[in-house]
Design a protein around this ligand. Sequence first.
Ligand code: PMP
Length: 427
Amino acid sequence: MSSDSTLLERRFRVMGRNAPLFYDRPVHLVRGKGVWVEDADGRTYLDVYNNVPNVGHCHPHVVEAIARQAATLNLHTRYLHETVVRYAERLTATFDGSLNAATFTCSGTESNELALRMARYRTGGKGIIVSDFSYHGNSETLASVTTCFPVPEPFPAFARKVAIPDPFRDRQGRSDEELGDYFAAKVREAVRSLQADGIPIAALLIDPLFANEGLPELVPNYVAKAVGIVREAGGLFICDEVQAGFGRTGDAMWGHQLANVVPDIVSLGKPMGNGHPIGGVIAASDLIDSFGLAATYFNTFGGNPVSAAAATAVLDVIEQESLLENGRRVGAYVRAGLERLMAQHAIIGNVRGHGLFFGLELVEDDAARTPATAKTKRLVNMMRDRGILLSKIGRYDNILKMRPPMVFTEENADLLLSALDDALNAL
Ligand code: PMP
C-alpha cells in the first residue's frame, strides 16, 4: 500500500488539488466499527464527526441487509418491490399524518432540488428564501443559494437570504420573543422584496437546526412564526432534515419536531442508509401524486431494493438499540461535560446542541467575543493527533462541530472530554 504522502500526491494529480479533505495531515481511513475508525497504520480514532454512519460504522445488521439484497436482486426503480414499498410505509409513519408519501433519491442535493421543484409546481411561484450562511446541495440552483462558502454562481434574483438569530451573538438585550420576532420580520421583508420584483414565493428552505450556520441555540417559536408568514404569502415550508433527521436530536426522530412545526415538504439524505446513498422527499400524497403526473419524476437508483434494504435496517437499529433514548441520555452527559470544560477554559464562549449534536464556540475574549478562528483550526488538528475526529463550522469558522454516530456511549464521551481538556490546556 502506498504511503499517505504518495496517496495524497496521486489524489491531487487525478482528482485535483481542491477536492476537499479534512486536516492539515489528511487521515487515511481503511475500516470502521461502531464509533471507531482505523487508519492505514492501524491507529484507531474515535469518530465524533460523522452522522452518515448514523447507527455506527459497518453495523452488522445494515451490512447483512445490504449483502442479502445485493445477492438477491438490485435494479432500477420501475418495478414493484415489497421491500421498497414497506420501507416507504414505515418511514412515512414516523411523520405527522399530513406527510404521508415518499419519493426516493440518492442524495441530500437531489432531495432538496426535487423539493424545490415540487414547491414551485404547487405554488406557481419561483421565489426561495434561505437562511444566511447555509448549504443545501451542489446542483446549480442549490449552489447558487449557497451562502456559507464562495460559489461561482451569482446569488439568483429569485432568492433572498435571511440571517437567523444567534442568541450568543445577537442577543443585545433582546428577549427570546424579540429575537424570534426579529427573524420573522426579516422573512416578511424578504417575501415582500420578492413580491416587489414580481416573484411570488415558492418556499422557505431551512435546516431546522441551522447546522451549517453554526448550530445556534433555537429561540422558541421563531421557525413557526417565519413559516406562518411564508404560508400566508402562498409559499411552502421545506424542511431540510439531511443533518437533523433520523434521531439526531435525541428528543424526536425529526429536527422540525423540536421547532414544533409541521413542514409541507421534508428532504432527507446523509444518515438514511448508514452510508449507502439514499435520500428522500416526504410530502402529502396529493402533492407527490400531482407533481408525479406533471413532471414524470423518476430516479434510476433512488430507493432501489438494496437502498431500501439498507434504509430499513437503519430504522430497525434505531428502534432495537433505542438510539433516540441513547442520544438523549449520552447527549445530556456530553453537554454537562462540555459545560464543565467551559467553566475551566476561558476560550470556550458558548456550548450549544441537541441530542448527539454539539457546538463549542471558541472566542479570544469574553466581552467582545472575538472569534478564535485560528485556534479552532489548531484545536481540530490537535484533536486529530489525539485520536479524535471532529470538525468546525460557522460564519467565523470558530465553532467545534461534534456529531458522532448515534451509538456513542458515556465511556466514549469521557474520552472525548478528557482529550478536549488536554488539547485546550496545550492550545
Ligand atoms: N443539506 C444539508 C443541510 C447538508 O448539510 C448537506 C450536505 N452537507 C446537503 C443538504 C447536501 O447533501 P448531499 O451532499 O448528500 O447532496
